[in-house]
Structures are given as structure tokens and as C-alpha cells.
Design a binder for this molecule. Sequence first.
Ligand SMILES: Cc1cc2nc3c(=O)[nH]c(=O)nc-3n(C[C@H](O)[C@H](O)[C@H](O)COP(=O)(O)OP(=O)(O)OC[C@H]3O[C@@H](n4cnc5c(N)ncnc54)[C@H](O)[C@@H]3O)c2cc1C
Length: 314
Amino acid sequence: MRYHVFLNGFSDEFEKQSLEVLGFIKECCSDIEEGKTIIACRENSDFEKLSVYAPTNDVVFITSDRYIPENILNSCEKYIDDEAIHIYGFDNFSSENSVRMSVRKNGSSLVGVRNMSLSDDCIFGKKMIYSNHMEATFKLKKSPYFISLAKGIFEGQITEGNNKNIFIEQCILNTSDENDVLYYNIEKEDKKEGPENAKLLVVAGRGAKDKASVEKLEEFAESMGGKLGVSRPVAMSAWAPMDKLVGVSGIMAKPKICITAGVSGSAAFYAGIEKSDFIVSINTDEKSAIIKKSNVAVVDDFKAIVEELKKYIK
Ligand SMILES: Cc1cc2nc3c(=O)[nH]c(=O)nc-3n(C[C@H](O)[C@H](O)[C@H](O)COP(=O)(O)OP(=O)(O)OC[C@H]3O[C@@H](n4cnc5c(N)ncnc54)[C@H](O)[C@@H]3O)c2cc1C
């Protein structure tokens, strides 16, 4: 097995990312054969200075007057090795390029990697999941492998004085430049708007049965100025986005009123609503755990009860 490194010299965080890649290689790649470092950067970059951060002796510079992922990907493609691990930094561009390259090369990829180990026919990567509440180990079965790192995990140092074999390659811009994305603006969602801060939370469980019913429950929540949360089966069925997941793997909510519909009340879920001031549950099964854990429990079909409640709200 061999590793290659792909660094983004266009990034403002080039040095920080490169040091973290160096740290990752020291920690996780000591038994793996060294390959090449490919650095994408501006045409007028200081190659000697950038090459100091390369973890390998062979360094290829792919130069362009500006950052265009499509062109960089095209130029990097010939350095992909079918049996190797390809390591990228931690920024959004690194994640994007690693995933896109794995799709092009029919390999497997993992972003946000915190650790890696090898087996005879696969690699294992660790990353945080469910809003950073759990660490999961993923098995990447299909080579070539592409991984981009989690930020702030690894600390590396540069070793001065190594003579690097530097090769510089021009990256040709395509003719349809006017269609390229020139500017990215990445904005974080305003968390104040999310279910974790809602005064009134309506949670849809698997008993909701389909996406349309979950959407109706969201309308119901919003008609009262509240927010929708969901249990894990609902999020995993893609009836609602993952950022609405309530429980140990998602949001820990503390609303004044929490209404659950079609939720059984497992411990992993209940941890996410136990700080509610008042819990109302609607469930057809009087033996479900949520019934005992609620201030008010209604044993009935949630649809009928929600329709009744709507009349009172009006
Ligand atoms: C490590 C780990 C972490 C986990 N983290 C989470 C987490 O963060 N959040 C989470 O939710 N789960 C989590 N889970 C999963 C959790 O254990 C439960 O499997 C899950 O909460 C069950 O979701 P549910 O109540 O919607 O579904 P179910 O348990 O299937 O319950 C559905 C309920 O709907 C009722 N029902 C059916 N039809 C109707 C109807 N028409 N009207 C009213 N009621 C109806 C049924 O009686 C039943 O009680 C985790 C599990 C593990 C192992």
C-alpha cells in the first residue's frame, strides 16, 4: 500500500492544513510506502516555500491562475494510483475534491477522518457522527481510497533541509471559464432557528408512517410558532433532515411543551426531550414507554388527535 497527498495551495489555511496532514501521516501512515505530494497553487507561488510542507520527497505542483475545481481535478487525475490511499486536508475544497475524485475513479471516500488503520483488503477510518455525539468506524472496501481530514486533530512539524524532487505542471483552463464558479460563500445555518431552541416542539416518530404526515406535523408545529423534531427512524427514512433528529445522537431539546406523535419513547430518544417542562404524547399503544414518561398521554391515532387540537388552536 502507498499513500499520496493532495494539498491546496490556494487555501488561506494551506500551512495549517499541511501541518495537520504531516501529523496524520506520522500517526497513521508509518507502515505505508511514501508516494507523491501534489500541490495545486497559483502560477506565481513560491514553490520552494510550499514544498517544505510536503510530507513526501516527490512533489508535483499543478499551477493555475485561479482555483477551478474541475481543472484541478482533471490535472490531478493522472496521479491517482488504483491501489493507494489519497490524503486531503480539512477544508471544504479538500472534502469536495476527495469525494469527487473517488466518484471519478470508482473508489471509496470518507471525509472528516480522525484516525485510520489498515487491513489486508480495506482501510478503516474513524469520524464523528450525529452532531459530534458519537464516533463511528467506517470500512472503506474499494480502492483507490480517498480521505479528507477532520480539522484540529493532528499536529505535525516540518522537517527542514530535505531536498525535494520538484516537478511543475501547468493546469490548462478550459474555454468555458465564464461558466465557472468564481466565488463560494459558505454560511452556517442560524442555530437559533432550530428545534433545539424551540419553546414548543412537536416530534414525529416512526408511527407517523410517511414523509407527507411528517410534513403535516411540521405545519402543525409552525402554526403554533413551534418547531418539528423527529426520532431516528424518521430521519433515517429521509422523511425529515438529520438536523431535526432528537435524542443522544442529535438534539438535546428543552422546550416548554413537547408533543410527541407516534414515538415509542426509547431511552436514546427520551434523553433528547427529558428536560422539557411538559410532555404530551400521542401513541396508539398504551404500553409504549413514552406513555409513562409523559405529563399527559393520549392513547389514540395521532392524526385524529392533531386534527382535534388544530380546532383549539384556531
Ligand atoms: C447508539 C444508539 C443511538 C440512538 N440515538 C437515537 C436518537 O438520538 N434519537 C432517536 O430517536 N433514536 C435513537 N436511537 C434509536 C432508538 O433506540 C429507537 O429505535 C428509536 O428512538 C425509535 O423511534 P420511534 O419511537 O420513532 O419508533 P418506534 O420505536 O418504532 O415507535 C413507533 C411508535 O409509534 C406508535 N404508533 C404507530 N402508529 C401510530 C399512530 N397512527 N398514532 C400514534 N402512534 C402510533 C407505535 O405504537 C410505536 O410506539 C439510537 C439507538 C442507538 C443504538
